[in-house]
Structure formats: C-alpha cells, structure tokens
Ligand binder design. Structure first.
Ligand code: ADE
Length: 421
C-alpha cells in the first residue's frame, strides 16, 4: 500500500440484472446464512430495462466504509451488507495498477475503507427485486476491485448472504439456485441452466400494479410461513423437487406449454402457502387477480398456454409470452383491460422495449380507446375497463449477467475524490 500521503482512488463500476423466479424461493432453513428449504429457478431480465449499476472504490484517504443508494447516503451497518463485505475482504488478493503506480497487498484490504455508490434504473420500492440486483452488483463489483479468484457461482454464495434471490442475479439467462446440503452454506449457490440466447423468442411484460398498502416483508413473511403453514413442508419436500426437474427439462427443450404451466402453478402455490400462513399474508390484490383471469381466459380459449404469469411478494404481475407476436396480442389485451389514466401519456405507460407497442398496432391513446374486446370475453360483466389500477407496463426479455463497465462515463463516483458525482 502507498504511504498515508498518497491520494489515489482506485475504482470499478459494474452492472447487474434483476431476476424473476419461475419456481419460487419461500422459506429459510438458516436465517443468518440465508439457506433456503427448496431449490428455485429464475429468468434473468434484460439489464437495459432493469438493472443496478454500482461503483466501488478504495483509497487510503477514506476513513470509513460509506454507501450511497440512488444518490442518498445509507447505513452499511445492516447484517446483509456486513456479511457480504466480510466474506469479500476475506478472499481479497494482491492488486496492482501499474499505470497509476498503485500496489495493494491482500492483507491491506482489512484496513482500507470503501466508498460505494449504487443506482437502480427502476423504482427501488416498486417490488421489482431491487435488492437482488443490488446485492449481486455489490458483490460482483467488489470481487473485481479486490481481484478475487472465485467464479460467479462461488460469488453467488456470498451474494446469497446479502439477499437470498441475489445469488441468481450472478448469471444471465436461466438460473437455478441449488439449496445445498451443507450446514455452512458452501454448496447453496447459483448455477446457469442456459444463457439468454438459448431461448430468445420469449418476451416479458411486467405490470407494475399500484399498491395501496405496505406489504409484509419477505423476511418476516417467510419466517411466519415456516412456523405456521401446514402446507409449506409438502411444497418444499414433495412438490418443488419434481417441478425443478420438469422446469429444467422444459427450459432445455424450449417447451413453452410446460414452462408456462409450471411457472403459473408454482406462483399460485406460493400465494396459497402465504394464505395458509397465520396470520395470513396477501401479496396479490384485485388487479393482480384480474390480470390472472385475463391471461387464464385467453390461454383456455387458445387451448394451449400463450402466456405464463408469476407474482413475487407483491401485486406486480410478470407475464412471459412465447414470442413477439403473442406479446403484441397480450399487450392489446392488457391495454384493453387496464387503460392508462386520462392524464398519462402512452410513452410513459409502456416503457422498455416499445417496439412491442408498434407490433400491436398502437401508436397513440386513440388506438388504445378504439381497442375491441378480445374474442375470448363473451359476457359484458367482466369487460370493466378501469383506469389507474396499473401504474405502467415494462416490456423486456431474458437478458445477460453482470458486466464490468468502463469507468469513464459510467462511474457513479468522482475519480479524484471518491465522492458521488
Ligand atoms: N436495495 C435496493 N437496491 C439496492 C442497491 N442498488 N444496492 C444495495 N441494496 C439495495
């Protein structure tokens, strides 16, 4: 390490995706190490639409570890951050930057302090798994800064200790979190089942549903489920192990009907287990239920699933369409049932990959108002078109894993001071 007079700042910037589970994680067997009671499988979402960018930096001039999230300083004292920082520092290696004339010995990392700035390109509190992308990005960028030798799977076991589902954000495409058997959690990690190119016709549409009340946190919800639900043991021991095998097979064969049936049945069982928890937990609301019935009616009318749906611990719907043509037809149905409020423009109502809107033949609000009811709606009772129940839709697709970004324009910290730009 340079002398105390040296003023250098060394930094790394990385971007990490978020992910949506299609076979759900719910319930821990170890609360501190975050070890789950069953395996889970997820699809990584395209980071151009949903991602975390994090800059981590080190300098002999920093006098304590600090972090800024979306521009605001936050405390790093929480157990989840401390676990990740401790595990990463324990594996840090020698680092040399010849251009800057910086040499850091591995033992120096215990004394050096960090500045971290993180930014989510989507609303942090909208129930879109921001902590998964956030903790994965923290671990990945620190691993690069400190020159760790571990691969992404081994890093996933560290990210898991920050936020369980974060471990699945260390890979793109289709990812399995193996629950592992060891008490120390060393084999509870993520493995990639297939990359994002393997099944690139899939289109994902997320309905960000306006939530009226604060939901139960996943941590306390899971704890209550494990203690009180009579169904959770059956789910973890009997149902999920079979579904994991079937889902791996459906992904490998790109078998959309099997993929869709497994995804929505597993989401529905997760919410059934929440209802079986005492006191009961309600994550979905009326809008979520109306979205399910819109997709179910259409799937039934087509006699084979066109769209899969899944809901995490909140009311937002994540729908996966088999291809672009189906996604355009889905978007027409969603806009018919959930039109924007009169003062919302279409451009801010449909975000992400807007080309799906063009495929659906919708250019402006007049086209939305002119949408005819989908043919599967036979009665008028269910054709209520209520405005404002969906805040917006995000059109996206399966995406790639973490990447290091060039510091120049992407860095969130000033390269001279190590403070937020
Ligand atoms: N929680 C939500 N977003 C986060 C982020 N980007 N980093 C760390 N924790 C987070």
């Amino acid at each position: 390490m340079g002398s105390e007079l040296e003023k250098w700042v060394l930094m790394v910037t990385a971007r990490t995706p978020t992910n949506i589970a299609v076979i759900k994680y719910w319930g821990k067997r170890d609360e501190t190490l975050i070890l789950p009671i069953n395996d889970s499988i997820s699809v990584t979402l395209d980071p151009s639409h949903l991602c975390t960018t994090t800059t981590v930096s080190v300098s002999p001039t920093f006098d304590h570890d600090r972090m800024w999230l979306n521009g605001k300083e936050i405390s790093l004292q929480g157990g989840r951050f401390q676990s990740c920082l401790r595990e990463i520092r324990a594996r840090a290696q020698d680092v040399e930057d010849k251009k800057k004339g910086i040499k850091i010995k591995k033992e120096d990392w215990q004394k050096l302090h960090l500045h971290i700035a993180s930014y989510n390109n989507f609303p942090t509190a909208a129930g879109l798994a921001s902590s998964a992308a956030g903790l994965a990005c923290l671990v990945f960028s620190l691993a690069k800064l400190m020159n760790l030798k571990e691969d992404n799977s081994q890093l996933s076991a560290i990210a898991r200790q920050g936020s369980g589902s974060a471990c699945r954000s260390l890979y793109g495409g289709f990812v399995k979190w193996d629950m592992g058997k060891e008490d120390n959690g060393s084999d509870s990690l993520a493995v990639q089942l297939a990359d994002e190119k393997h099944w690139d016709e899939l289109v994902i549409i997320i309905a960000v549903v306006s939530a009226r009340q604060k939901e139960t946190s996943s941590t306390s919800g899971m704890r209550d489920t494990v203690v009180t639900s009579a169904l959770i043991e059956h789910r973890a021991k009997e149902v999920v192990p079979k579904r994991i095998v079937q889902m791996e097979d459906a992904i490998q064969k790109r078998d959309f009907p099997s993929f869709a049936r497994l995804a929505y049945r597993d989401s529905n069982q997760f919410h059934a287990v929440c209802l079986d928890t005492y006191p009961p937990i309600f994550y979905m609301n009326d809008t979520s239920h109306r979205i399910i019935s819109c997709v179910e009616k259409w799937n039934r009318a087509e006699e084979t699933p066109q769209v899969a749906y899944t809901f995490d611990a909140g009311p937002n719907a994540v729908m996966i369409a088999r291809d672009r043509k189906t996604a355009a037809l889905l978007l027409q149905r969603l806009l018919y049932n959930f039109p924007p409020q009169s003062d919302t423009d279409l451009d801010s109502y449909i975000i992400g990959d807007k080309s799906i809107l063009q495929d659906a033949g919708i250019k402006d609000m007049k086209d939305v108002e002119a949408l005819a009811p989908p043919p599967e709606i036979k009665d008028n009772i269910s054709t209520q078109r209520s405005k404002g129940d969906v805040s917006h839709f995000i059109c996206t697709r399966p995406g790639g894993g973490p990447v290091v970004l060039s510091d120049g324009s992407h860095a969130l910290l000033n390269p001279l001071t190590g403070l937020p730009k």
